[in-house]
Design a protein around this ligand. Structure first.
Ligand SMILES: [Zn+2]
Ligand SMILES: [Zn+2]
Length: 290
């Protein structure tokens, strides 16, 4: 899953064939972070080919790989398989539930405006999921009110927009209160990776604009889902409902539903209406709530 935000691309998981799909669907190779939820083969084998390709492209920028405990050993081994030496810096960071991968400062000194929160999932030991949580945005600036308060258009407006108090030429001070509205929430996108339905996901996905939850099976294989540490479509929908998410996308569906996952969608929609099922090349826009 490639997440594109403000010109930046983040990759979540890197299954076999990822780089081919990236080329096919025009996903930028100029990415610098990949997040892994766990190390079953279907979630990380693609990193071997991808890193090799990036190396051949004479990439110089460092790459950061994130994953739960075991990431260091497994990813180091995987990279050694792919190429004798990756010609750019690779940093592997092991994460535990509760960790926050903080925003970074971009080249032009701008803040990225979001953090990635790590939460525990239930998939037979040590797996994690990720929540991309944008920071609050400044409130709406009201130009009419600024003019009425005697603040001339120009750099003082920018200061007010940032919530600062400004001083006018006549010595009066004008605060942003009343001219700039209340702060507006950022977006929340949650990616579970493989998991049983669990409370940690419900917590992490409270009010999520988009919840991408695995749904490997349908109701008829409910028992199998339990045995193998996966979820059914209906269970994923129950999580979305409990979290009051705005939208649910089912992913990681079993090969038997690869031709038609309508059955899964139907089962999930009985519980949570705003459900769709992911398929290769699908793009989902996540608009701001306001
Ligand atoms: Zn798995
Ligand atoms: Zn899997």
């Amino acid at each position: 899953m490639a997440l594109m935000r403000e010109g930046e691309t983040l990759l979540f998981e890197c299954g076999e064939g990822t780089q081919r799909q990236m080329m096919r669907y025009g996903v930028s190779f100029a990415l610098s972070e990949i997040f892994f939820t766990h190390f079953h083969a279907d979630h990380f084998l693609g990193v071997i080919g991808l890193m090799r390709t990036l190396g051949l492209q004479a990439r110089a920028e460092p790459m950061r790989l994130y994953g739960p405990k075991g990431a260091n050993k497994l990813l180091t081994q995987a990279l050694q398989l792919g190429v004798e030496r990756v010609p750019f810096e690779v940093e592997i960071r092991e994460l535990t539930p509760g960790d926050v991968v903080a925003q970074r400062v971009t080249d032009n000194g701008q803040r990225d405006g979001y953090d990635i929160h790590v939460f525990g999932t239930e998939h037979g030991g040590g797996s994690v999921g990720y929540a991309l949580r944008e920071h609050e945005r400044p409130g709406r600036f009201d130009p009419e009110k600024a003019r009425a308060a005697g603040v001339p258009e120009g750099h003082l407006w920018g200061k007010l927009q940032r919530g600062e108090t400004v001083e006018l030429a006549d010595g009066r001070t004008v605060s942003a209160d009343g001219i700039v509205g209340p702060k507006r929430p950022g977006r929340l996108v949650v990616f579970t990776g493989d998991t049983r339905p669990c409370a940690a996901v419900v917590d992490a996905a409270q009010g999520a604009d988009l919840l991408i939850h695995e749904a490997t099976f349908g109701e008829e294989e409910k028992e199998r889902a339990k045995e193998t540490g996966h979820s059914t479509a209906r269970e994923a929908a129950q999580v979305a409902l409990a979290a009051k998410a705005k939208r649910l996308v089912l992913s990681h569906v079993s090969a038997r539903y690869s031709i038609s996952a309508e059955e899964l969608v139907k089962e999930a929609r009985e519980v949570f209406r705003e459900t769709t099922v992911a398929k290769d090349g699908m793009t989902i826009e996540v608009p701001f709530a306001d």
